[in-house]
Write a protein that binds this ligand. Structure first.
Ligand SMILES: Cc1ncc(COP(=O)(O)O)c(C=O)c1O
Length: 384
């Protein structure tokens, strides 16, 4: 692309209030962050359980780096899968009750590997309309193509499955949607998946660690089992407080993907230090039910305050509690005004969300105090 074209695009975005800017923060820790020497309450992170700076997780990372090095130094099939990686896979298998796990350097890569690997050439992917960019990008490359069903709408999905007649299909959706915080009716979705023999692929980036007993995810929360999906994608970058992603599945699917998934074969394996840290983080996640309880209390209190101040949140039971603003410029202005008051709450604008659906996406953690939430809602009420 030529320089003039890039400049025109940037100017266009600026004018529409859609220019994204990279802000370099001093540090993000717990429920706060600092920027240019000033402390802010953070309502824009994904550290739902407060594990990213937990002393035991930090110590595990340090010990892992001392024992195994910072980098894996190779792709998994060459030299990158080491004892810490295997220990992490074993921990996840035990946690989610699955046969096999493949690790990836990001959830984005894991999603791409899942969709590109598990949608056959003659299969049509049926994807929720609000699916994450990592799934949409994979869908665009599928030889069998894809169609999108209306968001969390099982009737719309069933119509597509019926219209496919005998042709094979694959269903993909998310356990908790990243921009809306809502969830599909997984039991009904699974029934459709079985009825039409269309395997279910689930992105549970925002459900893992938070939903279900021991934080085993959205399927467990819905009374189902992880094995009910043909493959589950989740990442370490949100509730588990680290970085990277994984696919949890059967031995057969994992063996097949290890032969074919380009994001697995041709990419440097996860850092062994991170693998040690994530094993520790998962252990804490499993036994520290209090983190999920605290988060649930915060979610409930957030909804109470929203009702009290007449600030309608989108319907969500998760740690993601979006406040719809509509206009992108207005969302940006409110976000900046909140910042002036020491509150960090980013505006989410198109194309990340549909046109005229700009929002303030409040994300909560187990580490927020009630007073933090009260302050947020007093400020929002004064500004809106
Ligand atoms: C729903 C969803 N899927 C996948 C990803 C990608 O995961 P990662 O950030 O680990 O690449 C994200 C995170 O941004 C997400 O929100």
């Amino acid at each position: 692309m030529r320089a003039e074209q890039m400049q025109a695009l940037l100017a266009q975005r600026q004018q529409a209030g859609l220019l994204r800017q990279l802000k370099v923060l001093d540090a993000v820790k717990g429920s706060s962050l600092s920027f240019q020497g000033k402390l802010f309450l953070n309502f824009s992170g994904n550290d739902y359980l407060g594990l990213s700076a937990d002393p035991a997780v930090v110590a595990a990372l340090q010990q892992g780096a001392s024992d195994f090095g910072v980098g894996s130094t190779g792709s998994p099939l060459i030299s990158g899968q080491q004892k810490p990686h295997q220990a992490l896979c074993d921990e996840i298998c035990d946690w989610l009750n699955v046969e096999a796990v493949l690790l990836f350097s990001s959830g984005f890569a894991a999603n791409q590997a899942m969709l590109l690997g598990l949608c056959g050439e003659d299969e049509l992917l049926l994807l929720d309309k609000l699916s994450h960019a990592s799934m949409i990008d994979a869908a665009l490359q599928l030889p069998g193509g894809y169609k999108r069903f209306l968001h969390n709408d099982v009737v719309s999905l069933q119509k597509l499955l019926q219209s496919q007649h005998e042709a094979p299909a694959v269903i993909a959706t998310e356990g908790v949607f990243s921009m809306d915080g809502d969830s599909p009716d997984l039991p009904t979705l699974l029934k459709l998946s079985q009825q039409y023999q269309a395997p279910l692929l689930l992105d549970d980036a925002h459900g893992i660690g938070v939903q279900g007993a021991e934080g085993a995810g959205s399927l467990v929360q819905a009374g189902l089992a992880t094995q009910d999906a043909q493959c589950l994608m989740a990442n370490f970058g949100k509730a588990l407080g680290g970085q990277g992603g994984f696919l949890a599945t059967t031995q057969l699917v994992a063996d097949y993907l290890a032969q074919s998934a380009r994001h697995f074969i041709y990419s440097t394996a996860l850092s062994p230090a991170m693998a040690v840290a994530m094993t520790q983080s998962i252990r804490l996640c499993r036994i520290n039910a209090w983190r999920r309880e605290r988060l649930a209390e915060n979610i409930q209190y957030c909804q109470e305050l929203a009702r009290q101040y007449d600030l309608p949140l989108l319907p969500s039971h998760s740690a993601i509690q979006p406040l719809l603003i509509g206009d992108s410029n207005k969302a940006m202005v409110v976000s900046e005004q909140l910042r002036a008051q020491g509150i960090w709450l980013s505006a989410i604008r198109p194309p990340t969300v549909p046109q005229q659906q700009a929002r303030l996406r409040i994300t909560l953690t187990a580490l927020h105090q009630k007073a933090d939430l009260a302050l947020l809602f007093q400020s929002l009420r004064a500004l809106l």
